[in-house]
Ligand binder design. Sequence first.
Ligand code: NDP
Length: 455
Amino acid sequence: MVATVTHVEVREYMNNVYENVKKRDPHETEFLQAVQMLFEALVPVFSENPSYMESGLLERFVEPERLITFQVPWIDDEGIVQVNRGFRVQFNGAIGPYKGGIRFHPSVNASIIKFLGFQQTIKNALTGQAMGGGKGGADFDPKGKSDLEIMRFCQSYMTELSKYIGPNLDVPAGDIGVGPREIGYMFGQYKRLRGQFEAGVFTGKPIDFGGSIGRTEATGYGAIYFVEQLLQDRGESLKGSKVIISGSGNVSIYAMEKAIKLGARIVACSDSSGYVYDENGLSLKSIKQIKLAESGRIKEYVKTHPEAKFNKNSAGIWSVPCELAIPCATQNEMDAASARRLVKNGVKVIAEGANMPCTPEAIKIFHDNDVLFGPAQAVNAGGVAVSYLEMAQNSARVAWSFERVDEELQKIMETIYRNCMNASEQYGEPGNFVLGASIVGFERIAKAMLMQGVI
Ligand code: NDP
């Protein structure tokens, strides 16, 4: 057996695996994009470990262990029966129970759920905790629905999903369109169906029945802890920097909160109908009031802040000059043209708060122009890491303080940063966090898969 194989040979092998994935599901563009991005980053590690190629590891890794698709019927306020499509992917359970959020959004389909579950698997491994990867959702649009409609939908979704989840099997959480309210309704239905209070079956629960303090803030805060570590390592900090954060949902708002606490100025944020901009810094209090309390639109910001400007092209946010850009809205929200504009305007750091918000072309532009780039699997791992702490608290029947959760989160984000940095150095591309995150996450799973055998 040869000790190493060339990058060319590895690429040829990976290309074959990729072509088979593509042949099976040619229309799953987001999933194929995620597979291609991971393969590219894993070339050096496969080159040094030819046994990975011989064991069919990659072929197994790209095929979800289970993909569940189901009908979600529900009755709207007019008494009309509506039908949506529900999903749960249990991607890889080599290192622990499947874990990953549930997304309610009209764009949800098998491709979106599979790309999210695939990347979640790497992310969960990167945290160092014992979690496999999963993801779920439905093509249901919560916008404009009454509270009762949301409740009926959540109950119907859980009536089916409850057959496939459990505290030691698969533990969902929230994502786009799913917050503590939806989790409360789903948890309530699960409890009724099981006849037991199994707190550990869900994370992101309201604090009143088993949720962890600090989970709401965790993804956004964690993203900023990662960025601060990255800057500190280079003798810099967020203090006084100009930052753009897209979106104005859970991840975005708490990323803004922590960045402001560390002295940054947030000059722009957005929602799906446009972005607001103020060179002197946006008021987070007003944004929270609009988006959290009233579920309003971001354009309302200019009503109380006439000094700010509203632009109805959401993607235009990337033309605002800044030093740091943190996309926290959705997949592929930042393309090559946006990346070029950011580079031209002198951006220094891009950190992905959302999942796969930057296209591969955009990432290449950042790498080619020495812009520091933090990929989602590392940057937004704080959410799932605190979910794991929620599971730990539920098992021990204890509730930690905010300070303790936050301290753990900081430690986890620093470790993730350090591990990615070390791996990028070890494989000859210091500062390439896409490479670092992919290698650290994949190697942990690969070792577990090899030790557990096939069949
Ligand atoms: P939310 O639903 O709370 O917020 C999403 C925000 O993005 C909303 O403000 C939404 O606006 C906005 N948005 C959606 N599409 C666009 C667009 N094309 N352009 C601009 N803004 C847009 O979701 P989360 O904050 O929970 O999730 C955001 C991202 O972070 C997702 O990729 C998610 O998978 C990822 N993530 C979330 C975690 C969590 O703990 N919540 C953990 C790890 C990753 P509108 O109101 O108009 O729809």
